[in-house]
Design a protein around this ligand. Structure first.
Ligand SMILES: Cc1cc2nc3c(=O)[nH]c(=O)nc-3n(C[C@H](O)[C@H](O)[C@H](O)COP(=O)(O)O)c2cc1C
Length: 305
């Protein structure tokens, strides 16, 4: 039995070169699918793996003698690369500086984002952890101001076709089903947001994606852990910041394009492959504004049990 994703249904194939194994047992320790055991000071396959190899690659990455090779589930030994020494990785101070100086940027210059910067953002985002390997995150790239603007215009045109969704009669009917909190959210946030988007777009102002020169939409398949696209989007945003770009997450699109025939048609028109429990847009661009002060943020609660 292998865990299915939209990319593969197969298990990883484990190949052991016994002659290279030094019996250290690191693979046994890191494999939480319990694929390995040490017998007679050599690694062998165990009889009781949990799901069958997920191809996370950890055994292959930790083996000091290259005695293990994993292939299948979109992984091969060619995917291994040497890591920088620990002292050359980012310090906490550097990382905190980057994180705390980030602000959501919604004011972009018209300067285009070059392909090598986009590639760096995608490379960093692809290093994000995932519920189950191989990553089942899908990415839609809108890599010019014209494409981003066209998407935002199409989105507003689509919103205009589902106006009934925000009508008084619909919200009243739905209230007993989706409860008081959702009713409040719809009336006080989602309905006015949709109106703000469409009315401004009519006046030529893009409040959906802010005329950014790059937008990335991270979403999943029916198999994807809903957190995966959000984590990948966060990695992309941080990568964009490290490259001197301004960034802003855009949560106001994904929920509107999930349900119903019109949403399906919109997704198909835009080349979005699946409806997805969670998904997130991130816009990127060279910032027109620069902050010299940070803003201290807090969580709603930090409880020690
Ligand atoms: C999940 C998520 C969705 C968001 N959606 C939007 C959005 O649709 N439009 C927008 O202008 N900002 C959006 N933001 C940005 C927030 O408004 C912003 O993070 C918040 O105001 C705090 O400001 P800061 O990011 O500068 O700290 C979103 C942020 C997150 C994390």
């Amino acid at each position: 039995m292998a865990i299915p994703t939209s990319r593969t249904n197969e298990k990883g194939k484990i190949t052991i070169d016994e002659s290279k194994c030094n019996g250290c047992g690191l693979c046994v320790e890191v494999c939480k699918d319990f694929n390995f055991q040490i017998r007679n000071k050599k690694v062998t396959l165990s009889d009781n793996p949990l799901f069958g190899c997920l191809a996370c690659g950890h055994c292959m990455a930790i083996c000091p003698t290259e005695a293990i090779a994993i292939s299948g589930r979109e992984l091969s030994p060619d995917d291994l690369f040497a890591l920088e020494p620990i002292e050359r990785r980012s310090s906490y101070g550097q990382m905190l500086n980057l994180l705390e100086s980030r602000r959501s940027i919604r004011e972009f210059s018209d300067k285009a984002i070059e392909r090598d910067i986009l590639d760096k953002i995608i490379q960093a985002a692809q290093s994000a952890p995932m519920g189950i390997p191989p990553s089942d995150v899908h990415l839609l790239v809108l890599d010019s101001q014209v494409k981003v603007r066209k998407f935002a215009e199409d989105f507003c045109t689509y919103l205009n076709t589902i106006k009934w969704f925000f009508s008084e009669w619909f919200l009243t009917i739905m209230r007993p089903f989706w409860g008081k909190t959702n009713d409040k959210l719809f009336r006080q946030f989602i309905k006015p947001l949709a109106q703000e988007y469409t009315e401004n777009m009519k006046a030529g102002i893009d409040l959906v994606t802010y005329d950014a020169p790059l937008a990335l939409y991270f979403y999943g398949s029916p198999y994807t852990d809903p957190a995966d696209p959000l984590i990948a989007a966060t990695y992309a945003m941080i990568a964009g910041e490290s490259l001197g770009l301004g960034t802003c997450m855009i949560g106001g699109i994904h929920p509107f394009i999930q349900n119903g025939k019109k949403a399906k048609r919109f997704r198909e028109m835009q080349g979005i492959r699946f409806k997805s429990r969670e998904g997130l847009f991130v816009v990127f661009g060279f910032p027109k504004v620069h902050y010299s002060k940070g803003i201290r943020r807090t969580f709603a609660a930090i409880d020690f049990s």
